[in-house]
Write a protein that binds this ligand. Structure first.
Ligand code: ADP
Length: 305
């Protein structure tokens, strides 16, 4: 009840909210073959033993015990720019057979399309600002609609919700099972954004930054190796126009102001899994799988090979 009234307040406050929220609501409902509503209004504490909140274990882990391909999870990735949301969301998407939907990619696709929104979006994104809720919900709705037509179900959202109002709208229309909050030492975030490279042909994500933070004042060191492109991509690398130092710093400030409160929103509902990245992919991926009670057999086999 509380969630619904908050949602309708959020919808009422939007610029042109009703159409967007109604469309979003329809699509999300259509894509919600199962729900874990038991955790939707719970407030509980973080279980440091295995990183999963004790109150969400029955709801979430009940589904995780099944074979990954047999369930349709509805997960959200939160975390600062450069933390690796896209990398880990896309790996989980491959593992679970669930679509990875990154609203940043939807915005960039719209920019590249030279459609009517394109020049308006370019200015906003290149200044590191947030796009309006109305536009984001419209882009997300269209993506979900296209997925629904292809028989997709479940999702791993990356980059949405990014404001409490977006979280309220989402919470009002569907049950999010789990929110994974990726955390990385602040000194690594800027370097990771500046080192990011994308293959203009295949869209692959790479990173040329070598992060080597020395142990200091009792804090452990941290090493993150670069993620070099394969030879066929090496000459086709581009940098995102919003990955300049000035714009990344602005995006980090906006994250603190607008998105940090989304962590509290989900924490108070017992849905937040805090995950401190211990290093690069080789160190972090197995630990993340462990925290999610998942296993990547292919990864194990390739590690053993
Ligand atoms: P980041 O690396 O900062 O997490 P993303 O690739 O997720 O960047 O997003 C790129 C840009 O797209 C953002 O800076 C913002 O302008 C826009 N954007 C993406 N998702 C949202 C959202 N949920 N709400 C508003 N703007 C968004």
């Amino acid at each position: 009840m509380a969630v619904l009234s908050r949602c309708s307040r959020a919808v009422t406050a939007a610029t042109t909210p009703n159409a967007a929220a109604a469309k979003f609501s329809y699509l999300i409902r259509a894509l919600s073959p199962f729900s874990s509503s038991s955790s939707s209004s719970s407030s509980s504490t973080f279980d440091a033993d295995n990183g999963l909140n004790s109150r969400i274990k029955p709801a979430v882990l009940g589904t995780l015990k099944r074979e990954p391909k047999d369930r349709n999870v509805q997960w959200v990735f939160l975390g600062c720019p450069g933390v690796g949301k896209g990398t880990y969301a896309s790996r989980l998407s491959d593992l679970l057979g669930i679509p990875h939907i990154a609203t940043g990619d939807l915005v960039r696709d719209e920019l590249a399309s030279s459609g009517p929104l394109s020049s308006q979006l370019k200015e906003i994104v290149n200044q590191g600002k947030l796009v309006s809720d109305e536009i984001i919900i419209d882009l997300l709705s269209k993506r979900l609609e296209a997925g629904e037509a292809k028989g997709e179900s479940g999702f791993i959202l990356d980059g949405f919700p990014r404001t409490v109002r977006q979280a309220e709208i989402l919470e009002g229309v569907t049950d999010i099972d789990l929110v994974i909050n990726l955390k990385l030492r602040e000194e690594a975030l800027l370097a990771k954004c500046l080192g990011r490279r994308i293959c203009s042909e295949c869209g692959g994500n790479y990173n040329v930054a070598c992060i080597d933070i020395k142990a200091e004042n009792g804090r452990p060191g941290m090493y993150m190796a670069p993620l070099p492109p394969p030879p066929q991509c090496a000459s086709k690398l581009i940098t995102r126009p919003d990955d300049t130092e000035e714009v990344v710093k602005q995006r980090l400030r906006i994250y603190q102001a607008m998105t940090r409160p989304v962590e509290d929103f989900y924490r108070s509902r017992g849905k937040l899994l805090e995950f401190d990245l211990p290093g690069g992919i080789p160190e972090s991926w197995p630990k993340l799988l462990c925290a999610l009670n998942l296993e990547d057999r292919e990864d194990k086999q390739s590690a053993a090979a």
